[in-house]
Ligand binder design. Sequence first.
Ligand SMILES: C[S@@+](CC[C@H](N)C(=O)[O-])C[C@H]1O[C@@H](n2cnc3c(N)ncnc32)[C@H](O)[C@@H]1O
Length: 354
Amino acid sequence: MDPDPDRTRPFGEHLLGVLTGGVLTMLIGIGHRTGLFEAAARGPATSAELAERAGLHERYVREWLGGMVTGGIVEYDPADERYALPAAHAAFLTGATAHNVGPVANSLGTLGSVLPQVERCFREGGGVPIAEYAAASVGGLGETWRHVYDEHLVDGFLAPVPGLLERLRAGARVLDLGCGTGHAVNVLAREFPASRFEGLDIAVDTIAEAGAERAELGLTNAAFAVADAADLSPAEPYDVICAFDAIHDQAAPQDVLRRIHDALAPDGVFVMVDTNFSSRLENNAGDPHAPLAYGTSLLFCVPTALATGDTGLGAVWGRERAREMLAAAGFTDVRVYATPRPQNCTYVCRRDEP
Ligand SMILES: C[S@@+](CC[C@H](N)C(=O)[O-])C[C@H]1O[C@@H](n2cnc3c(N)ncnc32)[C@H](O)[C@@H]1O
């Protein structure tokens, strides 16, 4: 039977939009890395002026501008051959802010470099060790979250947790599990000098970056260690354990959640910032953040977890599954708070009294 023409044409148009989005993502990554967006935000310019501003070759800049104009990102005035980045667009493409999508485009481009390894896993199973991502510089993911921490960590993620800021001001022992490049720890250590912060991560290169930033900031109340979260067993319990976007990446997430529960002081609190989706695919249909989350999960979260474990929760493990696993780890008092980012929520889990 021939396909229904009323459905074929719109679907073809939808696919064209998908392909266009793919290539524009690459072009946005170029604009971010070469400084073209920052240069364009300084005011209307011809391609030659823009190339000069950014210190680039005009022929390449002109072709990039063609994509930017027809892609609805940059405006073009043929009367004077000048290109303009409207302020409303620059807000999403420039500056060290959580709104800048440049780092996201950058990290998606980086993930493209592991496609052969991920495709091998489709055929043969297994996973892709995180070290292979480090070699391909997966720093874009860290860059995105840096800005999120600068803007939202204290006021957006932690402030809604009853009593938490007071506790950090008074002095608490805090662990950030799966701290990546450690920016959250460094931000908190600077903000709450009476508290002691530790960050742990299994990735050697990110911990090196974390330590370098701590030294640059001259912080004496922050420490970083390379460790497997599945081995967490501190000599002294923690008052607060945080995990920012890290639990769903664990090879043994249920074990790690149990370790977190057991590593907390009796009045301790576990603050888990994670993705804000349903565990049921059908409930995520129509969520504009969902395809990006499934995609990055497929290319990063699932293969890195399956490299050493057998769970591969993925970034879209969902609120229902998260609650089940937190309960299985021993947390019976779990509350979920909204965050300034619709794609994330905060689980606040109190440890039961022994
Ligand atoms: C998506 S990243 C989040 C990093 C950081 N919290 C942030 O928001 O920038 C997840 C982190 O979990 C770390 N991770 C994965 N498995 C781990 C394990 N078994 N032990 C410790 N860290 C682990 C990864 O190395 C990675 O840095």
